[in-house]
Design a protein around this ligand. Sequence first.
Ligand code: TXA
Ligand code: MG
Length: 329
Amino acid sequence: MQTVISPIDEQSLERAKNIISSGGLVAFPTETVYGLGADALNEEAVRLIYATKGRPSDNPLIVHVHKDFDITRLVCDIPGYARLLAEAFLPGPLTMVYKSRGVVCPAVSCGLDTLAVRVPSHDGAQRFLSYLDIPVAAPSANVSKHVSPVTARHVYDDLNGKIQLILDGGKCAGGIESTVLDCTGKVPCILRSGLITRDMVAQVAGECDEYHMAAGEKVRSPGMKYKHYSPRCKTALFKYEDRFLALDRYRECTAQGSRAVIMCDDAVAADMEDARILSLGSSESDIASNLYDKLREGEKIADIIIAVAPLKQDGVMVGVMNRLTKACG
Ligand code: TXA
Ligand code: MG
């Protein structure tokens, strides 16, 4: 199968619609990472997502809808706080989990009685969803366990020959996947951290819990139990306080003839003397936005990525640290 990368225009949207309505998959941009979309009402098409990514069949998918889509067609029991949150943050990088009406096919939620719904803000995603006018099930458009894609080229590198069309909407500005928020309880609960932080949710909803899996408990967000986001080279992760140990490690690796690179923010980079640096930038949003791009660059140019955590660990950095730990820890 030939994989085409196309800018988003009338012609490529028409092609996308034809592919999706005949049960195929189309990759599309969002403000977080690229998604691999299929018709959420077509069981075969949804199964094809799992097969194409090599995704475990117990890790449920998010359904993406256009901003004018009436989500009460898909879910019920929407609590008051969820309406406030939707008003405050949607369209945007917040996925909300509700009780499902069972309208989308069971493979989307892996048999759970809940459904994760997301309204992406990326203009290309909105155009795609409006053109199709159906709920689109989509995970990140990478091979399972690899780093999520933030450019059309990243999608191509993982899925070339496996899908027909990649809609190119440029580099994703957000850079890490959406916050997943369980809205089935009295208080909203973060299942996966992201750009919409716990404080931001709490400010609108009054309170916000954060889920941590207890030993022996049945996991509430199945995706969280898998190793994720791994680059295809060796990795090491150092705390901010241990940044000079990271520099020692870099020198050791280099002395042994291994191609090493240090991935860190600009504040840390200032202490790294003449080491080869993959810079994440300096602001929180830059660090999130550059993380996957730099991990993918690193695996191409180095035998080992030596990551150093930023000093700041709260807010958006909770989501960044979660990915960094899974990628390099
Ligand atoms: O930003 C994003 O969310 C991207 C873009 C493409 O929209 N999508 C994404 O999808 O990251 P994926 O499949 O890589 O991650 C979906 C996450 C998983 O951790 C999964 O366990 C959780 O959402 N999830 C999906 N449905 C769920 C449900 N019904 N209950 C709890 N967690 C759910
Ligand atoms: Mg993913």
